[in-house]
Design a protein around this ligand. Structure first.
Ligand code: HEM
Ligand SMILES: *[C@@H]1O[C@H](CO)[C@@H](O)[C@H](O)[C@H]1NC(C)=O
Ligand SMILES: CC(=O)N[C@H]1CO[C@H](CO)[C@@H](O)[C@@H]1O
Length: 358
């Protein structure tokens, strides 16, 4: 009996420890509706939705920008808003960031939620909520997002290991598997390319000199390749033009399964997009999504799975999405010495300046 009680006590202590260590990490327990009742009488998700709708109303291309932002944030060190941090060598300076846009939209949402309940809503959650709203405003299904993330304290360009557009299906499967995402998750998430654009420079080789053959990629519909050669001239001029990732002109900015129908018709733009329609490991999944009616729901589930990637490192609720809270800045040993000295100096100064009374 004593052992049972000791066991129970130990169990409780362990749970306590686990909770204590969770509270300060990015690995918050995610749940649908985490912010319910945490922002007075205000509905955090409604505030986010309002700002995102207004921004997308002004510029519909914000929707693909946000969707890509969630992928880039979550795929690198988990969904911790590390992509938002400014800095000389932070993630957003890495070459694959290319044209990640939408930082100002996240700032606008943050300003709106801080006005109502400061210090409550993480930037990492804002990316995920705003992306969900962008998807639903673009004709996709409205999936329920989990929230409760913390914002990370670290952002390094050297952590950015995003797949390039010429990645093989094998290597892409491996890269997603490393994040706990399986082949169907990968194929569904690549369906993000049902909206948005790519620059010519990222698939130019497929139009002119595929894998040093001196010829276009034989897997691309020749009439499409010919049309794209006029949009993307060779040699490139000094403007890098853009091309829709979903080549169905009626659906290029709608989140639906038309991207899969296009790649089955050899009208994929990025090399990896075309290859998932041809590779034995992925083509049946592509066929099923192209022929099915449940893309919206399945895409939502895959987005939630992408949104659950976390890294267990310490986290906080940032005041500004672009910088870690100064009070929380982790000092390097050099910084520590410096602030130590500065503090001594400030203390001395404080003592020598007589306090002015009112
Ligand atoms: C193997 C994985 C992936 C590769 C190699 C890849 C590559 C790319 C490339 C090269 C671009 C064009 C960038 C530019 O020219 O500015 C792009 C755009 C885009 N990607 Fe991906 N991507 C991948 C996965 C994903 C996933 C999982 C999502 C979301 C679920 C996503 C969403 C988007 C969106 C929405 C755009 C358009 C952005 C815009 O119009 O601003 N991508 N991707
Ligand atoms: C991938 O994972 C999802 C759930 O996370 C599951 O429904 C699906 O069957 C899995 N697919 C494969 C090919 O294992
Ligand atoms: C927003 C941002 O920092 N973009 C950067 C993306 O990467 C390129 C190339 O490394 C930089 O020049 C951009 O400034």
């Amino acid at each position: 009996m004593t052992t049972a009680r000791a066991g129970a006590a130990l169990g409780l202590a362990l749970i306590g420890l686990a909770l204590a260590s969770l509270s300060g990490s990015c690995q918050g327990a995610l749940q649908v509706g985490f912010y319910n009742g945490k922002c007075g009488f205000s509905d955090v998700e409604a505030i986010v939705a309002g700002v995102v709708a207004a921004q997308i109303g002004k510029d519909p291309t914000i929707a693909p920008a946000l969707l890509r932002m969630q992928f880039h944030d979550c795929f690198v060190t988990g969904c911790d808003a590390s992509i938002l941090l400014d800095g000389k060598s932070s993630e957003k300076t890495a070459p694959p960031n290319l044209s990640v846009r939408g930082y100002d939209v996240i700032d606008a949402v943050k300003t709106a939620v801080e006005a109502v309940c400061p210090g409550v809503v993480s930037c990492a959650d804002i990316i995920v909520m705003a992306t969900r709203d962008a998807v639903s405003l673009s004709g996709g299904g409205r999936y329920k997002v989990e929230t409760g993330r913390k914002d990370g304290l670290v952002s390094l360009a050297s952590n950015v290991n995003l797949p390039p557009p010429s990645i093989s299906v094998d290597n892409s499967i491996a890269a997603f598997a490393q994040k706990g995402l399986n082949v169907s998750d990968m194929v569904l998430l690549l369906g993000g390319h049902t909206i948005g654009v790519t620059h010519c420079s990222l698939f130019q080789d497929r139009l002119y000199n595929f894998q040093s053959t001196g010829k276009p990629d034989p897997t691309m519909d020749p009439s499409l390749a010919s049309a794209l050669r006029s949009t993307c001239p060779n040699p490139q001029t000094n403007v890098d033009n853009i091309v829709n990732l979903d080549q169905n002109p009626l659906s290029a900015s709608i989140v639906d399964n038309s991207f899969y129908k296009q790649i089955l018709s050899h009208r994929g733009i990025l090399q990896i997009d075309q290859e998932i329609a041809l590779d034995g490991q992925t083509k049946d999944i592509v066929g099923a999504i192209a022929g099915g009616l449940d893309f919206s729901a399945r895409f939502g589930q895959a987005m939630v799975k992408l949104g659950a990637l976390q890294n267990g490192s310490p986290g906080e609720i940032r005041q500004s999405c672009r910088a870690i809270n100064t009070a929380r800045k982790l000092p390097t040993s050099k910084d520590e010495q410096r602030t130590g000295k500065r503090q001594q100096r400030d203390n001395l100064r404080a003592r020598s300046i007589p306090k002015r009374g009112f």
